[in-house]
Design a protein around this ligand. Structure first.
Ligand SMILES: [Zn+2]
Length: 260
C-alpha cells in the first residue's frame, strides 16, 4: 500500500484509521503528507460531521422526492400543493406546536407546516438495522409528509374538530390519522417502485425497524395539540396493511381509513 511517498502497510493503515476515528482527525494526511488527499489535516472534517453530512443529504433527497410526488398528485385531486419545510434537530427543538424534549423522534407540526426530524433517531435506525434501516428512514419521512398532505387536504382540521366535539373518540381518531399517513407514505413508495429507486422486498423489515426504534423513543411534547408519533398507535400489522394499500393503489381515495 503506497500512499503518497511513504509505505505503511495494511496494519498501519488500520491503526491510522482507528486513530483517525478516535481523534476526529484525518491522520492519513498527517502521516502520509497531503499528496493523497485534497485537504490538509487541519481542515479535514471530523468523522461525526462527515456521517452527519451523509445523513442530511439522504434526508433532503428523500424529502424532495416525496414533495415532488405530491406536487404532481395533489393538483390532480383538486388541491394546491404547498411545500413543507424541513427542520433537522438533535435533542430538543422548539416548534409552533410546542417544545419537543430530547429523544423526541420525528414529528410534523400542522401549525407551521414543518417536518421535524431527529437526527439521533435516524442514526439509530441506520446503525441498528442497516439497509432496512435506510428504507425505514425514508418511510418515516414519507409518513410525516403524509401528515402534511392531511393538513393540505383539510383532513387534519376536520379531525381536530371531531376530537374537540367528542374527546372520547380522540384516540381512535388519532389511530385512523396515523394509518392514513402510512397509506399516503405507501403512495409515495409506489412512485419509487415505478422509478426503481427502492427495492420493495425490504418494506416489511423497514416498517418493523421503524416501529422498534419508535417504541424506544416515546415522544414527549411539553405543550401543543399535536399527537406525538409514538409508533404504538395502530398495530404493526395494521400499519403495514395500510402502507400496502397505498403502495398497491397509488390512489388518495383508497386511503380512506376513516370510512372503513
Ligand atoms: Zn404520524
Amino acid at each position: 500500500m503506497g500512499f503518497g511517498g511513504r509505505h505503511i502497510g495494511i496494519g498501519g493503515a488500520l491503526v491510522l484509521l482507528i486513530l483517525s476515528f478516535v481523534f476526529h482527525r484525518n491522520l492519513f494526511s498527517v502521516f502520509l503528507g497531503d499528496s493523497a488527499y485534497d485537504q490538509p489535516a487541519a481542515t479535514s472534517a471530523p468523522q461525526s460531521a462527515a456521517a452527519e453530512n451523509t445523513e442530511v443529504q439522504f434526508v433532503s433527497f428523500v424529502l424532495d422526492d416525496v414533495q415532488a410526488t405530491w406536487e404532481k398528485l395533489l393538483p390532480a385531486a383538486g388541491t394546491r400543493y404547498r411545500r413543507a419545510k424541513l427542520v433537522l434537530f438533535r435533542d430538543g427543538v422548539d416548534s409552533a406546536c410546542g417544545q419537543a424534549e430530547s429523544a423526541t423522534g420525528p414529528f410534523y407540526c400542522p401549525d407551521d407546516e414543518k417536518v421535524y426530524l431527529d437526527l439521533g433517531f435516524f442514526e439509530e435506525l441506520r446503525g441498528r438495522f442497516g439497509a432496512p434501516g435506510e428504507f425505514a428512514q425514508a418511510y418515516v419521512i414519507a409518513h410525516e409528509m403524509g401528515h402534511h398532505v392531511q393538513k393540505l387536504l383539510g383532513i387534519e382540521g376536520q379531525v381536530q374538530r371531531m376530537r374537540s366535539i367528542n374527546p372520547r373518540e380522540a384516540n381512535p381518531l388519532s389511530v385512523r390519522l396515523e394509518l392514513q399517513a402510512d397509506c399516503f407514505a405507501g403512495i409515495w413508495a409506489m412512485s419509487t417502485e415505478q422509478r426503481k429507486i427502492v427495492d420493495q422486498g425490504d418494506i416489511a423489515a423497514a416498517m418493523q425497524a421503524a416501529a422498534a426504534v419508535g417504541d424506544d423513543r416515546l415522544q414527549k411534547m411539553a405543550t401543543g395539540h399535536v399527537s406525538p408519533e409514538s409508533f404504538t398507535h395502530g398495530s404493526s400489522r395494521e400499519r403495514t396493511q395500510w402502507f400496502q394499500t397505498g403502495l398497491k393503489s397509488g390512489q388518495i381515495s383508497a386511503c380512506d381509513t376513516f370510512g372503513r
